[in-house]
Structure formats: structure tokens, C-alpha cells
Design a binder for this molecule. Structure first.
Ligand code: 5GP
Length: 182
């Protein structure tokens, strides 16, 4: 289990997508969320987009290994998917928040925890503004959350700074390759 966390806008999603193209025997856990799809996002590929009542039913049915409320929406990791894949020898990459990371590390102590840092909070704000996905209020909320997430990053074993994307990508790829060898 490879857990990758980062504040929103640090580039974690793109890094993870690229890593998956470069490595074999690794699969990405697709979370369920109550947030609405963004332009270009697809159900079953980026997330399983579900209603809040369906999500709550999934919690009661114990479908999640972990779940958390992040930026006002629910997100959860499918227990069956990750366990079946790990049982058949696949590595599972999870791109989740720090609350989820902490919950999973308790259940799966061998999980590898990687935190992706933005070069600075100022640069994070620039990136959130540039990608034009969020309103100014949402960006403000995300920046406040980012400060909390950066504090929680001390729980993570490995740290990568995404200043230069291709450098961060090769660091992440090499890191996963080296922990796999161990
Ligand atoms: P976004 O809405 O921008 O895709 O994701 C918001 C945050 O929720 C990100 O930090 C993302 O990693 C996190 N996230 C996505 N899926 C899960 C999940 O299944 N569990 C938890 N705890 N966080 C998740």
C-alpha cells in the first residue's frame, strides 16, 4: 500500500497518474465521493460520484477501509478493492488526505507514506488560482486546510517537493521502485 497525500494544488493527482503509466503491477484505488464531478472527470475513473445518502449507506455496510470529510465533502476508500488487489500481489496507490492516511497506517502498518509538498504556500495559492477550478472562497478554505495538512505531514516517512514537475515525478517513481525492492 502506497499512500500519497498533499495539500490541494500541490500536483499530487497528476504525479500519481504519471507514476501509474511508468510502473507495472501497481493500481490506483478509486475513491467514492459526494463531491460533484469537475469538468473532464469521469465516474469510475477519477472517482465514484455518489449521493450523500448512498455514501452513508456505504459507511453502515462497512464498505470503506477509511473515510473522511475533506473540504466539506465525503471521501472513502473501497475496502474490497484494495484488499483483493494486495492479495493478488498488486501494489495499491492511494491518493488521499492526511486523515485517511493516518487511519490506513493504523490498519496497514506496512503502508508506505509519501507526502508531496508545494514549494511554498504562496506558490500553492498561485497554482490554485491558475487552475481555475475553485471559487476565491474555496481557494481560501483550501489554503487554511493546507496549513493543517503541512503540519500533519510530519507523520509521513517520505517527502517530495513538487517544484519542478519532471524532477518530482522521477523522485516519486524512484522512491516507489526502491521501497518495492526492500
Ligand atoms: P479533490 O476533491 O480535490 O479531488 O480531493 C480533495 C482531497 O480529498 C484530496 O486531498 C484527496 O487526496 C482527498 N481524497 C480523495 N479520495 C479520498 C479518500 O478516499 N479518502 C480520503 N480520506 N481522502 C481522499
Amino acid at each position: 500500500m502506497i499512500i500519497v497525500s498533499a495539500p490541494s494544488g500541490a500536483g499530487k493527482t497528476t504525479l500519481c497518474q504519471e507514476v501509474l503509466l511508468r510502473l507495472k503491477e501497481i493500481t490506483k484505488s478509486i475513491s467514492s465521493t459526494t463531491r460533484s464531478p469537475r469538468v473532464g472527470e469521469k465516474h469510475g475513473i477519477d472517482y465514484f460520484f455518489v449521493t450523500e445518502s448512498k455514501f452513508k449507506k456505504m459507511i453502515l455496510d462497512k464498505r470503506f477501509s477509511e473515510w473522511a470529510k475533506v473540504h466539506g465533502h465525503f471521501y472513502g476508500t473501497d475496502k474490497k478493492f484494495i484488499e483483493e488487489n494486495m492479495e493478488r500481489g498488486m501494489d495499491v496507490l492511494l491518493s488521499i488526505d492526511v486523515q485517511g492516511g493516518a487511519q490506513l497506517k493504523k490498519q496497514y502498518p506496512d503502508a508506505i507514506m509519501i507526502f508531496v509538498h508545494p514549494p511554498s504556500l504562496g506558490e500553492l495559492e498561485n497554482r490554485l488560482q491558475k487552475r481555475q477550478l475553485d471559487s476565491p472562497q474555496t481557494i481560501e478554505k483550501r489554503l487554511i486546510e493546507a496549513q493543517k495538512e503541512l503540519k500533519a505531514s510530519s507523520e509521513y516517512q517520505y517527502h517530495i517537493t513538487n517544484d519542478d514537475f519532471s524532477k518530482a515525478l522521477s523522485e516519486l517513481t524512484r522512491l516507489i521502485e526502491s521501497v518495492r525492492k526492500k
